[in-house]
Design a protein around this ligand. Structure first.
Ligand SMILES: CSCC[C@H](NC=O)C(=O)O
Ligand SMILES: [Zn+2]
Ligand SMILES: [Zn+2]
Length: 422
């Protein structure tokens, strides 16, 4: 009985850490994310802060929540802070604590799927507004917070649809921020571009035959030649990274994700038959500087040539260029006034930024950059191991709380910044 009341007491606490942990307890992992609970929870927070709220349904079962803190001069371009509602799945048996219980250990680590990616920033945005309101801060520019579904599977039912809507256009955005990544070191990492993902499937056909026969042009041989050629390209890119000439995210990555062939039998595969078809799947990532046409030519001529009985399919998962044909990147120099003001806001709280990077993976920021909106990827996590999509994802309470201070500075500085009128 006593223990029971103790637990209830803990759940009813209302402080930044409990509010973060409660958000983490809502299971928004794929394949069946509970978006409605997440949206109701965020709405209750927004209401307690007196923020305006709207929920959009551009796609069935994929709600988008938009919260707005109206500036004193709503005619100025506004600022958007985005986070995604969904998470990748977790395998509970491989975690030391259940992934949706948000256990906090003695040393302050909060374990949950989404702790770093990216429920931290979603709640830190709200806490920063809470603190600024308590200080009677009034923004000049309007601030928007967006909570979007479907990011982890490409954003096609989320930000991709929102970004092309009239409702989005009406926000009149001047600048946006989206998630970044943790840093084990002392500085905050910051991202000016994402790599663009392609899915590549290559298929080989060939002569079937007895498992004992040696002959040319079997499907397996044709596929394995391609796998070998692709591996060599991968090595050449990886060598550039290993020799320190480029960062991981600055080269084209190509990683095999599946191999499929064989003739199934009740116990596995028929072992004395050479199959007539074989295929392989690859995850490709292109940095903004990569030449997509050159890569397509390489795929057609070397990786899956028709002369070797190969066919292929490339699925481009999102844009590579903006509507003016420019690569999707945000300038991080003085020519971008938003960047300078962002830098100032970090310095104002004693934060240090590491050299701006390209993100190795992909976020919804690409849909905003496609529109020509400058977007900075940033999650204020220093002294933190990179655990996104990993087992035992956690964030330390002190790091989380410090991040709230960082966003207070970002919000107040950016929303008062008047020079940029674009
Ligand atoms: C095909 S777009 C997928 C987007 C996904 N984002 C986060 O991990 C990623 O794989 O980078
Ligand atoms: Zn993410
Ligand atoms: Zn992710």
């Amino acid at each position: 009985q006593q223990q029971h009341s103790h637990v209830e007491e803990e759940e009813e606490e209302d402080d930044p850490i409990s509010r973060f942990r409660n958000y983490l307890r809502i299971n928004t992992a794929h394949p069946s994310p509970d978006y409605s609970s997440a949206v109701s929870y965020l709405l209750s927070q927004a209401n307690s802060l007196g923020l305006q709220s709207r929920t959009f349904h551009f796609s069935l079962n994929n709600p988008i929540l938009l919260l707005t803190w109206l500036g004193s001069d709503p005619s100025l371009p506004s600022i958007l802070f985005n986070s995604h509602l969904d998470s990748v799945p977790a395998e509970p048996s491989k975690w030391t604590h259940p992934p949706f219980s948000a256990v906090k250990t003695q040393d302050g680590r909060i374990f949950a799927r989404g702790a770093q990616d990216d429920k931290c920033i979603g709640m830190q945005y709200l806490e920063a507004i809470r603190n600024l309101k308590a200080k009677n801060f009034q923004p000049t520019r309007t601030l928007h917070l967006s909570y979007v579904p479907n990011e982890e599977v490409g954003g096609f039912e989320g930000m991709a649809k929102f970004a092309v809507s009239q409702e989005f256009k009406d926000l009149n955005l001047g600048f946006a921020m989206d998630e970044g990544q943790a840093n084990p070191g002392e500085e905050f990492r910051v991202f000016y571009a994402d790599r663009s993902p392609w899915e590549l499937v290559i298929k080989a056909k060939g002569t079937p035959g007895h498992g004992s026969r040696m002959y040319d042009n079997s499907a397996m041989e044709n596929l394995m030649k391609s796998v070998d050629i692709i591996s060599r390209f991968r090595e050449s890119q990886f060598d550039v990274v290993k020799s320190g000439r480029a960062a991981n995210s600055e080269v084209i990555s190509v990683n095999p994700v599946y191999l499929k062939s064989g003739i199934p039998s009740p116990t596995g595969f028929v072992m004395n038959m050479q199959p007539s078809e074989a295929e392989a799947g690859f995850d490709l990532r292109l940095p903004p500087t990569a030449d997509p046409d050159l890569l397509k030519k390489r795929i057609a001529e070397e990786w899956a040539p028709a002369v070797r009985n190969m066919t292929y399919k490339i699925l481009e998962k999102g844009p590579l260029r903006d509507y003016l044909g420019h690569p999707l990147l945000t300038l991080t120099n003085d020519s971008n006034p938003w960047w300078s003001v962002f830098e100032e806001s970090i310095a104002a709280v004693g934060g240090k930024l590491s050299k701006p990077e390209i993100l190795a993976s992909t976020t919804d920021a690409r849909y905003l950059r496609q529109l020509g909106i400058p977007v900075v990827g940033f999650s204020p996590m220093m002294n933190t191991p990179i655990l996104l999509h990993d087992h035992n994802e956690f964030l330390k309470d002190t790091v989380y709380l410090n991040g709230i201070k960082v966003y207070e500075s970002i919000f107040s500085t950016l929303s008062s910044f008047l020079k940029a009128s674009q």
